[in-house]
Design a protein around this ligand. Structure first.
Ligand code: ZN
Length: 250
């Protein structure tokens, strides 16, 4: 059974026409997981699956370009006739339910429970859906943030989330068949360490001995083409920029 990543969005920090923010559909071992719910990705998700079939939702961190479309999904499940067989497990940083409730102007979170079953992430958090295993690794951002390692059938897919250079990354991506990595910034200005340059991404992929590198979250000071060339020059192995709508096999 294959392990695949379908790209729902890549934009940073705001969506553009036909380009939602960060979001992915990971499929393997009989499970389907929406990984990051960036702005615009709930619409894109529906091109590829029926949202009521999702096994889980996995959120790397609570920046709007990675989780804002949980609001769109809640509207679908609560008011839009998308009938869930059971609330969807949502693996996310601890504050996710309160943040979402705040959007609705509610101090309580119980009303979300018909759609979402929130479960807090932590470093090393591991869960299995079907024959798909999801493991969270803490990464370095300006808020609590995690990268994801998804494994099924002897294949591994790693996703950096948003992060600066950190020790957790090579471990997260170690030997991955497919490493989806952010490359948000051109340079580290003033010692800022909350995102990666293309060279950082290529260096992590190389240190981790990943098989293929896919860049995402390429920021406004870069283009996918130059980020790919810069990352590839360090990695020295297959490198591409993630494209919305494409499905990649680990
Ligand atoms: Zn972020």
């Amino acid at each position: 059974m294959s392990l695949t990543l379908t790209v729902l969005g890549t934009a940073s920090p705001h969506p553009g026409p036909d380009t939602p923010c960060s979001g992915h559909l990971v499929r393997g071992g009989g499970a389907e997981v929406w990984v990051d719910a960036g702005t615009g990705t709930f619409a894109e998700l529906q091109r590829h699956t029926d949202p009521t079939r999702l096994s889980a939702i996995w959120i790397s961190h609570l920046h709007a370009d990675h989780y804002a479309d949980l609001t769109a999904a809640f509207y679908g499940f609560a008011y839009g006739g998308l009938t869930l067989p059971a609330p969807i497990p949502v693996y996310a940083p601890r504050d996710c339910a309160a943040r979402l409730a705040g959007f609705f102007g509610r101090p309580d979170t119980g009303f979300l429970g018909g759609a979402f079953d929130f479960r807090p992430l932590y470093d090393g958090h591991t869960v299995r859906h079907g024959d798909l295993t999801l493991t969270a690794r803490e990464v370095l951002h300006d808020v609590e943030a995690y990268g994801l390692r998804a494994e099924s059938g002897g294949r591994a897919l790693a996703y950096s989330g948003d992060t600066g250079p950190c020790d957790g990354l090579p471990r997260l991506a170690g030997g991955a068949d497919l490493f989806l990595c952010e490359a948000d910034i051109d340079v580290h200005r003033d010692g800022e360490q909350v995102h990666l340059t293309p060279e950082d991404a290529g260096g992590v992929a190389r240190a981790a001995r990943a098989r293929q590198l896919l860049l995402t979250h390429v920021g406004p000071t870069l283009t996918p083409e130059n980020a790919t060339a810069r990352a590839a020059s360090v990695f020295g192995a297959p490198t591409a920029a993630a494209r919305v709508g494409e499905t990649y096999t680990a």
